[in-house]
Design a protein around this ligand. Structure first.
Ligand SMILES: Nc1ncnc2c1ncn2[C@@H]1O[C@H](COP(=O)(O)OP(=O)(O)OP(=O)(O)O)[C@@H](O)[C@H]1O
Ligand SMILES: [Mg+2]
Length: 229
């Protein structure tokens, strides 16, 4: 697939939450295409629908209306099992609060998604080690999350997100719990991964982080209201 074929195509996407007698329009008609190899930033004020968009893209939630095609496959047409497989194997998530398994070492955390993908143990270990090296943490492989700094934990989470060689990395405020210098390192790492060809969608309300992306969209009240390159 070349750069011009959209990796992701979104049309008329809506997500409504009924709340008593009112309805929250978390996404109110979003159209978007993302090319293979893009580093797309998503910005906008709190409550504008950024996380909702990412959850739908990652198969963590289903839209009220509209479609999301990933490599031509309509996510809304997948059944629960297919969507779970998509979520586990084809998407890499990075969240603000890391979500590492506290009882597992860095190495085990990176191996974890490969366990579900039924990768044989030897290959699992090799790839986890390779990925920890890639994020500069080979020497921390036996540390548990509490024995790592925030920036290190997020780098482990990024290595884990890469475990199953995902189609796209979805990062929701990945620097939200980090100081600005550590946050900038994490964003630099995402930039390097993008330079190696990885498609990344980064949600952030921090202009300094968004400045590292090549294109960014601005959201407001569940809609895309601007785009800059
Ligand atoms: N499960 C839910 N039930 C009801 N309303 C929800 C739910 N999830 C999100 N919303 C509402 O949808 C809107 C969009 O939420 P979303 O989390 O996508 O915003 P966001 O842009 O990620 O904000 P933030 O920058 O604070 O993370 C908000 O008004 C929110 O209150
Ligand atoms: Mg959010």
């Amino acid at each position: 697939m070349n750069e011009k074929t959209p990796l992701i195509r979104i049309e008329g996407l809506r997500r409504e939450f009924p709340m008593g007698r009112e309805t929250v329009h978390a996404l109110d008609g979003v159209d978007l295409t993302v090319a293979e190899g893009e580093f797309l930033g998503v910005t906008g004020p709190s409550g504008s629908g950024k996380s909702t968009l990412l959850y739908l893209l990652g198969g963590l939630d289903r839209p009220t209306a509209g479609h999301i095609w990933v490599r031509g496959r309509d996510l809304t047409a997948l059944d629960e099992n297919e969507l779970a497989a998509y979520r586990r194997r084809e998407v890499g998530f990075v969240f603000q609060s890391f979500y590492l398994v506290p009882t597992m070492t860095a190495l085990q955390n990176v191996e974890f998604p490969m366990y579900f993908a039924r990768i044989p143990p030897t290959r699992r270990r090799e790839r986890a080690l390779y990925l920890l090296e890639r994020v500069g943490l080979a020497d921390r492989r036996n540390h548990r999350p509490t024995e790592l700094s925030g920036g290190e934990q997020q780098r482990v989470a990024i290595a884990r997100a890469l475990a199953n060689d995902p189609i796209v990395i979805l990062a929701d405020e990945p620097t939200g719990n980090l100081d600005s210098r550590t946050g900038a390192e994490v964003i630099r790492l995402l930039g390097e991964l993008n330079a190696e060809g990885r498609t990344i969608i980064l949600v952030s309300h921090d202009p300094a982080m968004i400045a590292h992306t090549r294109r960014h969209i601005r959201m407001l009240d569940g809609r895309i209201v601007g785009e800059e390159t």
